[in-house]
Design a protein around this ligand. Structure first.
Ligand code: SF4
Ligand code: SF4
Length: 234
């Protein structure tokens, strides 16, 4: 979710890049799972998060929904998936031992916590969330090491482009609504949901060479196609 808030209210006032040191290292969290509970619908997933979980669990997008792992919500004029909290307000991937059952493929928001992302145009930096992590005595660690993400440069580019696209669609929807042309907003939301989350990003013949780099490239190409299609829809 893109929120317009003052960084100084929610952080230590600084921003961080991949090679900066930041006081984020929880040392393994020592049995804590506070940030996996009570998160409502705030852990919004991007296409990479969903693809990773689909592959790991060998499930389709529809199965993730029907099994109650994820749910859909309207965010910035788009229908986007988020992790679903169960009736006890625990993430549906949190196991009985209080550990993440999909740790290897946990979503980006989980991966970087207690860091968050602050977007500026087509780029973003990290910030350290204030008063959110239960462990106060954290050690300094390089951002790149903490976020533990493969192909981190390509991942950064993908996330920047995805969020810029989401922002563009959101702004466009507001403009459509304000000019009395809002009837196509639902079509746009369904188009984005189907193209980037429901449908396979790969063609069947590409599966044998499927990796993160190819995934990012295909999604970024899809964003260009989607922009033109959305302009056509409206
Ligand atoms: S996916 Fe894993 S790390 Fe993320 S909130 Fe759920 S249990 Fe916690
Ligand atoms: S709140 Fe902090 S210490 Fe607790 S699980 Fe989350 S990151 Fe780890």
């Amino acid at each position: 979710m893109i929120r317009e808030i003052s960084l100084s209210d929610i952080s230590d006032g600084k921003t961080y890049e991949l090679n900066d040191m930041v006081k984020a290292d929880t040392g393994g969290c020592a049995g804590c799972h506070k940030c996996c509970t009570g998160m409502g619908s705030s852990i919004i997933l991007d296409p990479y998060d969903v693809w990773q979980i689909k592959e790991e669990l060998n499930m389709s997008f529809q199965q993730l929904l029907s099994e109650g792992y994820i749910e859909l919500n309207m965010v910035d004029g788009l229908i986007l998936p988020n992790l679903r909290m169960n009736e006890k307000e625990r993430c549906s991937f949190l196991n009985e031992e209080g550990r993440c059952s999909i740790h290897k493929v946990r979503p980006g928001i989980c991966r970087i916590f207690p860091l968050g992302r602050v977007y500026d145009g087509k780029d973003f930096k990290y910030f350290l969330q204030k008063d959110q992590c239960a462990k106060e005595s954290r050690s300094k660690i390089k951002v790149k090491k903490w976020i533990d993400t493969a192909n981190v440069t390509e991942n950064h580019r993908f996330i920047s482009q995805w969020h810029y696209f989401v922002r563009w669609v959101g702004d466009r929807n507001i403009e459509l609504k304000n000019t009395g042309r809002g009837e196509c907003i639902n079509d746009i939301a369904m188009y984005v949901l189907n193209e980037f989350f429901v449908a396979d990003i790969y063609k069947e013949e590409q599966r044998a060479v499927a990796d993160d780099g190819l995934f990012y490239m295909l999604v970024i190409n899809k964003i260009d196609v989607a922009r033109k299609a959305i302009e056509g829809l409206s």
